[in-house]
Design a protein around this ligand. Sequence first.
Ligand code: NDP
Length: 288
Amino acid sequence: MAVTLNSGVVMPLIGFGTFKIRGKELVYSVLDSALAAGYRSIDTASVYRNEGDIGESLKELLPKYGLKRQDVFITSKLGPKNQGCGRCRESCLQSLHSLQCDYLDLYLIHWPGTQGMQPCDARHRDLRLQSWGEMVALQKEGKLKSIGVSNFLQHHIEDVIDTTKHTPAVLQIEYHPHLVQRRLVDFCRSKGIHFQAYSSLGTTTDSNTLLTDSVVCKIAKQRGVSPARVLLRWAVQQGIGVIPKSTNSDHIRDNMDIFSFSLSDQEMVSLNQLDTQSHLCWNPSQVL
Ligand code: NDP
């Protein structure tokens, strides 16, 4: 399953998340499992400090699966400390170098703010607009196939569109049954922006509240699937992209199997009703 972005580029609805996966040996082995399981999209970021290991691993692994660079969709992100036109360009070129790529399929501004400033600092706006302008230029040069944003709220996105007349291809943001962002989903849909969820499985934590949620577990048991598959299916059934992360090859395989079943309307409603507006990751609502 895939979506066509506003850039005309086709992006798989499921990708492989790599936050907290670091070190060549581990990166190589999880990417090996992911490619074997059929993932053809990989999500990274300069702040994950694994782009170099991903680049090296892909160089070795793609031939093993008879794949070429163009068979894999690679996303990376501009780190919050590198906002602004000069730094954005430098950081993007560094990501390309580390990933050993001539182009990225998708490049996102990771966060609407700039690291080291108070959330109410007026410079955030100017710097992220500078970054966006530079990304538009990098896209024209062919170094970025698609450009988008992450952790931006509606007002951040509207400002980007109104000021630059360039609409992001993707919004990547936290989204799961404990944080249902319906209005933001509807807004993105109205603008032709693909909505991609992160932390769909409750992120990497010792006290995972999503995978152990009683309603999620009940639906999983009734359907004979894992709670992870219920959570991922809930998102993709809404046309929302997912990028589950795992270092366990059984989980990596399991998470791919979300197109062989569907949830009933009642199950979707039950999952939507779990919304508590709980953020597991960062909350961008304070960033001006
Ligand atoms: P996820 O919500 O994907 O959850 C990962 C956790 O779920 C791990 O502990 C993993 O453990 C466990 N898990 C995975 N599959 C299964 C399964 N089938 N059964 C049981 N447990 C499972 O975490 P992330 O927060 O990492 O989000 C996914 C990706 O989204 C990131 O890796 C990153 O690429 C992106 N992201 C982007 C952000 C942004 O600001 N733009 C912020 C956060 C994430 P195990 O390894 O044992 O399987």
